[in-house]
Design a protein around this ligand. Structure first.
Ligand SMILES: NC(=O)c1ccc[n+]([C@@H]2O[C@H](COP(=O)([O-])OP(=O)(O)OC[C@H]3O[C@@H](n4cnc5c(N)ncnc54)[C@H](O)[C@@H]3O)[C@@H](O)[C@H]2O)c1
Ligand SMILES: [Zn+2]
Length: 392
């Protein structure tokens, strides 16, 4: 019996046709995010970093700017970014923060503000985030708050940043009390996703980003899911055309969902598929055992199992979902003892999406459709999890 109060289904058939016709043709792809005067382009392709200066010149920015990057990415790509900006007549300063989630904090915001003030960035100056989601969220928040907001460009260098964190305009930092508790909406003027930068990304990080890619197929686009099934090997090989097409599609989906949410509140929740259990797993493994993408891969397979029980997701589709995560090299199950299972339930209760004691889930009745606000009894979560425990 489905206990969803009022399941809401979302498919966007008119949008799903586009991919099959365009798949694998063009090398550089552009997603135009239509937000009135805040509209901007996301460009996806190989070698875009060397065009950074030209692209920024096209936006009519003032000369002085700052690149904010991290200690892994800066040694690899900052010189190329600086050179491209210099050639286009800009005067960039490089601010490098330590790599890792810990840099998403107030202290680092302040340190960045001090650095860019020293370099005399002004109201018409701009800030470039060069890195993954951590740098994007931090630099975006620095840009949102410096002089009450300066322009912001993202050069996304992780798969997760290219398909998820660079779209939607959410920027911010963590508090000791929890993740992403301080933030703002600050849309970038431009996003560049240079596929060549993914070549240096550790494979584990790349696979983790793939968990979000698969998510878009499950909650929104059966055609994308099919394409992922057909071309997972090429994607793991980072075939440029296949990657560009898939990343473009993910950006279109996230932009469409986020935009729709501004008017018809609620649909953004479908992007949390697999995240309730995923966040719980991240919390009980004390933020470190699992990368976010690994935790939500397990969470999505569990959510699919719950969907089988509650929404009649066909077994065959359940198996396809599990198989696709496995082919991407992502974990699909977890070994938890009794105590850890209780901790996980408690951690999920602490997550935001709880009402009247019942944890709310995003579920899927069939690949490409999601419904949110589903109440799932704790006992069922526990039994699904114990099924996760080694028995697959
Ligand atoms: N704003 C949003 O809407 C949104 C959405 C999802 C996630 N996020 C945030 O994104 C963050 C996670 O992002 P992430 O997974 O990109 O993590 P990350 O930025 O920490 O990058 C992962 C690791 O890869 C390294 N790296 C990045 N690019 C590289 C490259 N090209 N070559 C070699 N190494 C590289 C980084 O230094 C880091 O060590 C979290 O803080 C999360 O809260 C934000
Ligand atoms: Zn996520």
């Amino acid at each position: 019996v489905c206990s969803c109060s009022s399941p809401k289904y979302f498919t966007f058939a008119h949008m799903t046709k586009k991919m099959s016709s365009n798949f694998q043709r063009r090398k550089i792809r552009v997603v135009d995010v239509q937000l009135g005067h805040r509209s901007y382009s996301i460009k996806v392709g190989a070698g875009l970093l060397s065009r950074l200066g030209k692209e920024c010149a096209g936006l009519g920015f003032e000369k002085s700017c700052a690149i904010i990057s991290d200690s892994n990415v800066a040694p690899l790509y900052a010189a190329q970014a600086m050179e491209s900006l210099n050639l286009a007549g800009f005067n960039p300063v490089l601010v490098t923060v330590p790599a890792g989630e810990k840099s998403k904090c107030w202290e680092m915001v302040q340190a960045c503000h001090e650095q860019i003030a020293k370099h005399r960035l002004e109201r018409k100056s701009f800030i470039i985030a060069l890195g993954g989601g951590v740098v994007g969220d931090l630099a975006g928040f620095v840009a949102a708050t410096y002089l009450r907001g300066v322009d912001f460009v993202q050069v996304a260098t992780t798969l997760l940043a290219q398909v998820d964190s660079s779209v939607g305009g959410k920027v911010g930092v963590n508090l000791r009390a929890g993740k992403n508790l301080v933030g703002a909406f600050h849309q970038p003027r431009l996003v560049l996703s240079d596929l060549e930068t993914l070549a240096t990304l550790p494979m584990r990080e790349f696979r983790a980003g793939m968990a979000e890619v698969i998510k878009y197929g499950i909650v929104f686009d059966a055609e994308l899911f099919n394409q992922l099934e057909q071309s997972m090997a090429k994607l793991l090989d980072q075939d440029t055309r296949t990657m560009a097409a898939v990343i473009e599609r993910c950006c279109e989906i996230k932009a469409a969902v986020v935009w729709q949410d501004e008017t018809e509140s609620g649909i953004r929740a479908i992007l949390n598929f697999g995240h309730t259990i995923g966040h719980g797993l991240e919390a009980i493994s004390s933020y470190g055992n699992y990368l976010h993408g690994e935790a939500i891969a397990i969470g999505q397979v569990a959510a699919a199992r719950l969907s089988e029980k509650l929404l009649g997701l066909p077994e065959e589709e359940m198996n396809r979902i599990e198989a696709l995560f496995q082919r991407a090299g992502l974990p699909t199950q977890v070994q938890l003892n009794e105590g850890q299972q209780q901790d996980l339930i408690a951690a999920m209760q602490n997550d935001k999406k709880v009402s009247a004691g019942a944890v709310k889930f995003v579920l899927t009745a069939s690949i490409g459709k999601a419904s949110f606000g589903c109440q799932v009894p704790n006992e069922l979560v526990v039994s699904t999890l114990s099924r996760l425990r080694g028995t697959a």
